[in-house]
Design a protein around this ligand. Structure first.
Ligand SMILES: C[S@@+](CC[C@H](N)C(=O)[O-])C[C@H]1O[C@@H](n2cnc3c(N)ncnc32)[C@H](O)[C@@H]1O
Length: 276
């Protein structure tokens, strides 16, 4: 199987598929981040690319409305799981590939989702260029990242970070801002069906000692507050391209919060919506 030089093994999903599935189920149950993604780039009737799709958890979710969904995944251990998940599902396919090596023609997809995949700046310009190559005019890239500033999960990340999380957050925000992305905060909560599920998920996301320390300080918890930051970049619709320019020009999207769970923001402003 082809190896992709930009592939970075993700130990949470790569080493613990079943537990990562529980985490994705909790994200889906909460619904907030999906609503925000849909608001930033509606995909009903569109062609969607899920970049770094992992075991393909989100492919059927996107496929419920999309005309076509393509999952791209560089990890040869995860790709078959994604393919199995969508076997027989009309309009959904899975292919080996990576952010910097997309096996797709120019201007062939409407929406690209990258959920916690590849886009961990600063070294991601090559992948961004490749995503912009495959986006149609008027298409949108939506990145889902952690909010390092808000929520109990941010506290756990801070407890395990080697670099102060506020510096990381500022650098990530700046990187996307310089590339014309809009920034959106989503405040949510992960609620699990049992404490054992919560504990298992925390232990794959942060060092076990950090997770266990948090669990000991929250003896009744079966969930925790979780903040996301979404970045979105839209390409100019057809007819608005600069004919002198070979590459699609970016639409500098201003945040348009229409959903109270989502705040378009310039840090350190925060969303006004409480987690449910
Ligand atoms: C934390 S997992 C998230 C998986 C999936 N997006 C989800 O939400 O269930 C990160 C994924 O990014 C993939 N990945 C790593 N390097 C990548 C690259 N260069 N391009 C695209 N995906 C990559 C990993 O193999 C893994 O499947």
């Amino acid at each position: 199987m082809q190896r992709f030089p930009d592939w970075r093994y993700a130990p949470n999903i790569g080493g613990h598929r079943d537990v990562y599935e529980l985490e994705n189920q909790a994200v889906l149950r909460a619904g907030h981040v999906l609503t925000a993604m849909r608001m930033l780039a509606p995909w009903d009737g569109r062609r969607v690319l899920d970049l770094g799709c992992g075991t393909g958890f989100w492919l059927p979710v996107y496929a419920a409305g999309a005309a076509q969904v393509i999952g791209i995944e560089p990890d040869p251990g995860l790709l078959p799981a994604a393919a199995d998940r969508v076997a027989g599902l009309a309009g959904v396919s899975v292919q080996a590939g990576s952010a910097e090596h997309l096996p797709l023609p120019d201007a062939s997809v409407d929406v690209v989702h990258a959920r916690f995949a590849y886009f961990f700046p600063p070294d991601t310009d090559a992948g961004l260029a490749e995503v912009l190559r495959v986006l149609r005019p008027g298409g949108t890239l939506v990145i889902v990242d952690n909010d390092y500033r808000w929520g109990e999960f941010a506290g756990l990340l801070a407890g395990s970070a080697t670099r102060p999380p506020l510096l990381t957050a500022a650098a990530v925000d700046r990187w996307w801002r310089e590339r014309g992305a809009s920034r959106h905060q989503v405040r949510s909560r992960l609620s699990f069906r049992s404490r054992a599920e919560l504990a298992a998920v925390l232990r794959i996301e942060v060092p076990v000692a950090v997770a266990d320390n948090w669990l000991a300080r929250h003896p009744a918890a079966t969930g925790l507050s979780y903040g996301y930051v979404l970045f979105a970049i839209a390409t100019l619709p057809l007819g608005e391209h600069d004919s002198a320019s070979a590459s699609p020009r970016l639409l500098l999207a201003e945040g348009r919060p229409r959903n109270p769970m989502v705040a378009a923001s310039t840090p350190p402003q925060t969303s006004s919506a409480p987690p449910t």
